[in-house]
Unconditional design. Structure first.
Length: 643
């Protein structure tokens, strides 16, 4: 979208039709900023023959087996009985459902088989029909990886992925794309549960070729806090140990000895990919001029508040504290005093006298205690909450404070750092309090983006939270935040909206509502000439930005979208980018900001390791790669813009 000048945001504009066929942009080039280093990645190069074909067969079973496991048992029995006589001696890969792949063509177009499972009265006979459904030319896959064609060859990649998953699916417990076995180790995590170690496996197209992404996997169901603690102890490993475990899993799988892999002429490296990377320079931070240190350059992602003051300290006049912990009130009073002193020392304006007496309450009556505080001090600006000694209460306290009473709260967890009045701990809490009560802790010394003050920019963040497994009656919650200050980009406004469970596409980014009032974007909807009012979360946040920035609309929109899997990418891009375009058109026919839509995947399975473990110039104090490390070659997409 081109850049254009301002205009009245209330001016009428036609609502465009939905955009169709939105495609991800091609990679414009490669980054050059930063210190160049080399890292290792848990990607293993996969080579396949250029000229071969893969044949796809449709599988139908009658009666339909109840589970994918039974599907596999039926097909395994079929292979054992008929491979030499009717299947041309070929091995095949089966996805556990409807698709079967072979490296050569079977000696029939379609054939029925009868397979019996079980014994005596429990015996079930399945009629299995295998029918040729298509074929994939591996030459086109090589052309795609080389960047000479845009068609993603997803079906061919899926076929090869099924091939590489065939043996693990038969030998291990399969959960989605992960495989688990007691052979990898097991740990008791308490309350009758144990954790089984396993690994995640996925075949991906990259610039270096096909890549098998393998990672030691942590699988979370709904666990209590003790079980989560036990699971984390069992699975959290230092980087060098994690790299070693991944390599051991690849060796354990012994792909060269796999009959199916050999038949498809697939060769898998047993060495992790070596990848060029860059460490981006950290930005210079600016604090308040009244502090001894007015600027700060972060070192390895960390910095201290010592000798610094918040750039904008908030004012807190009306506050109180309630303790749900088993602690003497003298200690609670001293804690409040130390915290207030720290807040004021770092730049806040914090009244030392509470509006309501600091007191304790039983964790058995949390809701009643919070509601009583609200009734006694309805204009409370901050509630300091000392959590109970037992875990599990934080969510309840936040739910009541944030969603029922409208109280800004700061929770403190009992422990050694709290009751020893640790300076760094209290400074960290003061930073949280300052932001929650309207202040700003720090800003960048230089503008965030090129263009400075002349090109106001709004930054959005969006995500959808889904109900826990087994709670499908609950709604999914969509949340959108947007920056309100330019050029600092430190203050955000948030909006939330409920939508149907498990729906990933955000429904309320843009809305149109019929109204008799002559407001909004005044779109003529039909022959009755009804008025349409435009709204939705993006439009509301854009209007808030417009109001707070001297009636200037942003010339650039950066939209960060979290929680989108590879399979949902194109659908989310199509509908949510379309919503952004509709919002823009509804504000002003001449308004044409630049829009950047960025999908952020935090739960990817790529892990980067330092080229040499233990070197302080290559790692942080935990042994991980340095903050700011970025990779945009080798293991990234062959042609699309990712990093």
């Amino acid at each position: 979208m081109a850049v254009a000048g301002g205009g009245n945001p209330h001016a009428a504009a036609p609502i465009p039709l939905s955009s169709k066929g939105v495609a991800p942009p091609s990679r414009p080039g490669y980054g050059a900023v930063g210190d160049r280093i080399v890292v290792r990645a848990n990607h293993f190069l996969v080579r396949v023959a250029d000229s071969d074909m893969i044949y796809l067969y449709d599988v139908n079973m009658n009666p339909t087996p109840k589970t994918r496991h039974i599907n596999r048992v039926v097909i395994s029995e079929l292979a054992k009985l008929h491979r030499e006589a009717h299947l041309g001696g070929l091995s095949f890969a089966y996805d556990g459902s409807k698709a079967l792949y072979t490296a050569g063509k079977l000696p029939f177009e379609s054939m029925d088989f009868k397979i019996k499972l079980g014994k005596d009265l429990r015996e079930i006979e399945y009629k299995v029909t295998i029918r040729l459904a298509g074929q994939a030319d591996l030459h086109h896959l090589h052309e795609f990886i080389a960047g000479r064609q845009r068609d993603s060859q997803q079906q061919t990649i899926q076929a090869l992925d099924v091939v590489l998953r065939e043996s693990p699916s038969l030998n291990y417990v399969t959960v989605y794309r992960s495989f688990f076995s007691t052979a990898f180790g097991r740990e008791d995590i308490g309350d009758g549960l144990e954790s089984w170690k396993g690994y995640y496996q996925s075949l991906r197209p990259t610039q270096m070729g096909l890549s098998l992404n393998i990672e030691g996997q942590r699988y979370f169901k709904k666990l209590n806090e003790n079980q989560v603690t036990g699971l984390l102890k069992a699975t959290c490993l230092p980087p060098q140990k994690r790299e070693q475990k991944i390599s051991e899993m690849v060796q354990h799988n012994n792909y060269p000895a796999d009959r199916v892999v050999r038949e498809f002429k697939i060769d898998i490296s047993n060495q992790m990919a070596t990848v060029p990377a860059r460490v981006l320079p950290a930005p210079m931070l600016r604090y308040h001029d009244s502090g001894k240190e007015k600027t700060c350059y972060p070192r390895v992602g960390q910095w201290s508040m010592m000798n610094k003051k918040m750039v904008d300290g908030a004012k807190v006049q009306k506050w109180t504290c309630v303790s749900f912990a088993r602690m003497q009130m003298d200690a609670v009073h001293r804690l409040c005093g130390e915290l207030i002193y720290t807040c004021n020392a770092t730049g806040m304006h914090f009244n030392q006298w509470p509006v309501m007496e600091v007191h304790s309450a039983s964790p058995d009556n949390i809701e009643a205690a919070l509601k009583n505080i609200h009734s006694v001090a309805p204009e409370l600006e901050l509630l300091i909450v000392i959590l109970p000694d037992n875990s599990g209460y934080y969510g309840r306290i936040k739910r009541v404070c944030e969603t029922e009473l409208g109280i800004v709260s700061q929770c403190l967890k009992p422990g050694r750092k709290l009751w020893s009045f640790d300076r760094k701990y209290l400074e960290n809490v003061s930073l949280k309090i300052n932001v929650k009560t309207g202040g700003r802790n720090v800003v960048l010394q230089r503008p965030l983006l090129p263009g400075g003050l002349e090109d106001p920019t709004i930054i959005f963040g969006a995500d959808v939270t889904h109900p826990a497994p087994g709670e499908d009656s609950a709604a999914s919650i969509a949340a959108v935040v947007a920056s309100m200050d330019w050029p600092e980009v430190t203050k955000y406004r948030a909006l939330v909206s409920a939508q149907p469970a498990r729906q990933e596409i955000i429904q309320d980014l843009f809305t149109m509502t019929e109204t008799p009032l002559n407001t909004g974007c005044q779109q003529k909807a039909d022959a009755q000439k009804k008025n349409i009012v435009c709204g939705g979360m993006i439009r509301d946040l854009l209007m808030a930005f417009y109001s707070k920035n001297a009636k200037r609309k942003p010339k650039r929109i950066i939209f960060y979208r979290d929680g989108v899997s590879d399979g949902q990418f194109y659908q989310v891009l199509l509908y949510e980018m379309d919503a952004i375009k509709k919002v823009i058109a509804s504000m002003d026919s001449t308004y044409k900001p630049l829009v950047t839509f960025v999908v952020v995947q935090k739960r990817h399975h790529t892990r980067l390791f330092p080229e040499v473990h233990g070197r302080q110039d290559l790692t942080d104090k935990s042994g991980n790669i340095r903050p700011g490390t970025v990779v945009d070659t080798n293991i990234c997409h062959p042609s699309e813009f990712d990093f």
